[in-house]
Design a binder for this molecule. Structure first.
Ligand SMILES: C[S@@+](CC[C@H](N)C(=O)[O-])C[C@H]1O[C@@H](n2cnc3c(N)ncnc32)[C@H](O)[C@@H]1O
Length: 254
């Protein structure tokens, strides 16, 4: 069930502030982002979008910089808090002839029923969404079981000197744009119950890409293929149909 309106006044005020920030930033966003893509983010957008399929929700789609990278046969919905960013995304979509349903909304309370998308994408935005944990819980809610969550973001570096620079820089970026430099979504993604399929860190660990999926049976919950936190093979599985990736419980049933 979609959560009711945000009834936390502090969160509602922070979201309003973000909306005002992006109303001002929208015009210069593409130019600034193009710079960071060249020096830091590399092919992260292509990596993420190539894995999307079916009914795809991009949370905080911004000006639509991912649009050219999606496969042509997906059905794309893009949500963002900022009407100014969405207006640019609309132009970008018509410029490249991409059909997309754009909607103004808040990542903390996605305006969609449970299990309504095959894929959920969020790129360079969990650094900016006020309550990252709430937003990831919402992504989990609207994703169909077995479906992938595809993320890329700048996160806290693995390098101590870079971390120091990030901490200093963050004092400015949080104030100016609500943008955090020292967050890391990965542990929250696992805590929320996603299973991590692939993850990759580049550029002193500052850029992290994640492919996770929403498990469709209890065996498949909350493990990380990369650090050997394996699935719990002792729990009974009553999932009606096999699913991808096929856990051992279903292999045994076949
Ligand atoms: C750094 S931009 C990234 C935009 C886009 N994902 C990209 O990769 O270029 C952050 C975006 O997050 C959006 N945003 C911030 N808080 C949000 C919220 N609570 N719900 C939805 N969108 C939000 C902003 O409006 C902005 O478009």
């Amino acid at each position: 069930m979609a959560p009711d309106d945000i009834n936390d006044p502090a969160l509602a005020a922070a979201v309003d502030k973000q909306r005002r920030i992006w109303a001002k930033e929208a015009k210069r966003y593409d130019r600034q982002m193009a710079f960071w893509e060249r020096v830091l983010f590399g092919d992260a957008r292509a990596w993420v979008c190539a894995q999307a399929s079916g009914d795809v929700l991009e949370v905080a789609i911004g000006t639509g910089r991912d649009l050219p990278f999606y496969p042509p046969d997906i059905r794309l919905t893009g949500l963002d808090l900022s009407p100014e960013m969405l207006a640019i995304a609309k132009d970008a979509a018509s410029h490249i002839g991409r059909t997309v349903t754009l909607k103004e909304g808040d990542a903390h309370q996605l305006p969609y029923p449970d299990e309504s998308f095959d894929t959920v994408v969020c790129v360079f935005s969990l650094c900016n969404i006020t309550d990252m944990r709430k937003a990831i819980a919402e992504m989990h809610r609207v994703l169909r079981p077995g479906g992938p969550l595809l993320l890329a973001d700048h996160v806290i570096s693995t390098n101590p000197i870079a971390r120091g620079v990030q901490r200093a820089f963050e004092k400015l970026t949080i104030r100016l744009a609500g943008d955090h430099q020292t967050r890391r979504p990965l542990p929250i993604v696992t805590d929320t119950g996603f299973t991590i399929e692939r993850r990759q860190r580049d550029k002193l660990g500052i850029v992290e890409r994640i492919t996770a999926h929403k498990p469709s049976c209890p065996h498949d919950s909350g493990w990380d293929a990369n650090d050997h936190r394996r699935r719990d093979e002792t729990r009974a599985c009553d999932a009606p149909t096999p699913h991808w990736p096929m856990p051992d419980c279903h292999r045994a049933l076949r």
